[in-house]
Design a protein around this ligand. Sequence first.
Ligand code: HEM
Length: 462
Amino acid sequence: ELQRIPHPPHRVPFLGDVIGASRRTPLQDTLRYGAQLGPVFRRKAFGKEFVFVWGAEPAADMADESRFAKHVGLGVANLRPVAGDGLFTAYNHEPNWQLAHDVLAPGFSREAMEAYHPMMLAVAGRLTDHWDRERTAGRAVDVPGDMTKLTLETIARTGFGHDFGSFERSRPHPFVSAMVGTLTYAQRLNTVPSPLAPYLLRGASRRNAADISYLNRTVDELVRARRASSADGGGDLLDRMLETAHSETGERLSAENVRRQVITFLVAGHETTSGALSFALHYLSLHPEVAARARAEVDGVWGDAEVPGYDQVAKLRYVRRVLDEALRLWPTAPAYAREAREDTVLAGGHPMRRGAWALVLTAMLHRDPEVWGADAERFDPDRFDPKSVRSRAPHTFKPFGTGARACIGRQFALHEATLVLGLLLRRYELRPDPEYRLRVTERLTLMPDGLRLRLERRTASA
Ligand code: HEM
């Protein structure tokens, strides 16, 4: 079955298709192969063979929940030592997945989001204070660095009543360094042959163990503080994890599982949103006509309001399209894995046995000219106006994954990011560095490397 799937022409024994491949950019290399090999292809790297799919038909097939389900493999499986059976890394059959999903889902309802809104605004205020100071000092701002501070503080504050003090630090919080360490390590594990990993990565694996124990200690401290405090978190995620019993079974999350969930949410809840905001700001700085239109929308919807209300964020339709378009070109979680529930045939031509799996290459699906047109590489938020969306094949825009295991934090991320883009557009003109060429770093997630912008304060409003 595998034999019929195309692969790159030059195979090196043992190491596989490594010619022209880099350990630091496995995804971007894979995209190049995908363009040559078509919508179902395989790639052997460092002793492992992976099947990748993109294109409208295979992607829609993979979204069929009766035949396919999430596969915990590769980068996701490599995070099991950190995140265990937390929501993101749980196997489908693990009972803690359903339990935690049911207990935590109300934490992402509309009512919950309305309660987070003022906290999101408060954190965004710290960002604009910082950016005002940088601007006054004549310095360019570090976009990915500052977006990471913002999104980490937002999930920590709204979910756990915790303050990492990121904006008061000149260097990233050690929690962020430890997290980046474990993500990078999880990705590197995919780029060495498994039997050699303990030798090749000995130093890195020691650092990884230290990173994990730092993450555990931070989280244990946070939980201890909440338990010791007389006040609750007003129904935040941590309250739900600690206090809420399942509505039907009466079960609760164990202490060990709470630890896994807190780490999961702190990491999953900020890294990808930070990248999405950073890419959006990059494109806004390069497309002044898009920025002007988005800004006009913000001025129109928010009027003279000092700060926007919850509904005034939902009404920013064009700003949302800017974000969608940034997530189309650079889906910050660039792939997800699916496995066959039973023996089946993928896209009419590729038999798959029960348990066989493949990676849906979102980043490639999102640039397929057959779906998005010959100008698929061009940044154009109008692709997401309702008419264009209706005329497109279904299951071709998947930045948040698919099915039962799709992102639980989608509305949270979209509300936060739309709110922040609105605030920044209203306050500043964004000036790109003319020398900057987009470089994308990979640590399972994607981030524009070294992106800096100059700001000018708008005079018109705010
Ligand atoms: C799952 C993307 C923001 C929490 C996922 C998946 C994707 C994704 C693709 C599915 C992964 C898979 O199939 O293996 C994103 C993107 C985000 C974002 C692009 C921002 C732009 C968030 C936020 C939170 C969050 C803000 C929490 C507050 C989770 C969790 C899961 C998940 C817990 C696992 C869900 C489950 O399996 O039940 N995300 N995410 N994500 N995401 Fe997000």
